[in-house]
Design a protein around this ligand. Sequence first.
Ligand SMILES: NC(=O)c1ccc[n+]([C@@H]2O[C@H](COP(=O)([O-])OP(=O)(O)OC[C@H]3O[C@@H](n4cnc5c(N)ncnc54)[C@H](OP(=O)(O)O)[C@@H]3O)[C@@H](O)[C@H]2O)c1
Length: 279
Amino acid sequence: MKILITGSNGMLGHDLIEVLKDNHELVLTTSKTLDITDKNKTIDIIKENNPDVVINSAAYTDVDGCETNQDLAYAVNGEGVKNLALACKEVDCPLVHISTDYVFDGTARDPIAEDGEIGPISIYGKSKLKGEEAIQEILDKYFIVRTAWLYGINGKNFPKTMLELAKNHSEITVVYDEVGTPTYTPDLAQAISKLIETDYYGIYHITNSGSCCWCEFAKYIFEIAGYDVNVVPVTASEFSRPAPRPSYSVLKNKKWLDNGFEPLRDYKEAISEYVELIK
Ligand SMILES: NC(=O)c1ccc[n+]([C@@H]2O[C@H](COP(=O)([O-])OP(=O)(O)OC[C@H]3O[C@@H](n4cnc5c(N)ncnc54)[C@H](OP(=O)(O)O)[C@@H]3O)[C@@H](O)[C@H]2O)c1
């Protein structure tokens, strides 16, 4: 297949390339070569390349930054996604779009399925929801993949930050009242590579299996890395940040499993592999 990837310099973009490069022809674009907020350019480039599928891994992902740069958040995560949907409509190709657990408000207490009630509480979540809505209005052939708590080799992320801090701190405060599922970008990229072989379009929740709070996750990271760090639990409100986060956003991977795919491995297995790789 000929696959056009946007935001290919990003954390997930990096692993999409690794997973897809041997079996597909890839057209790689970055914010410099294809700024998705430029409607005409987006349509022109997609028409020129005429791909079999577009994977959008571009986004404005700075959750706190979105609170102060609201116009940019809506431009990239809302309008930019709409531009991609319009472009895909023109060449009649499916769009894979990555969305987030932050479209939920955090009040659920059980894993949330794809049809769970939406209610973003941050500008990031609201802007990502705009993108989802635009795709659903414009396209029939789409995969909206909501995922969560991503980490991978090529980017800033929680496990990397923890391992860096552990080098010169014996005590680290970590939030305990936010629960979700850490997800390893190579595992997500593998899942996406399977999804695009099908025409089972729609909204998917795709994460590693299991769940934890940030505090448990940090403790597990230090345990497997062999670091002796005292993790001090704090509430999200004590650890004040500009953007609110859902207190619970575990995603039930229902449609993925209903369509016969195997569950992604447990988050503990994935993080163990990652820590071995980077520590
Ligand atoms: N990270 C998480 O924990 C997480 C959780 C759930 C869902 N997601 C979603 O997963 C996807 C991938 O996330 P990620 O962590 O891999 O993101 P990332 O590392 O921040 O990569 C995003 C990429 O998008 C590019 N980009 C930004 N604005 C653009 C524009 N106007 N036009 C084209 N490209 C643009 C960035 O390029 P520059 O660097 O040049 O700006 C960057 O390469 C995103 O849709 C995100 O919302 C992420």
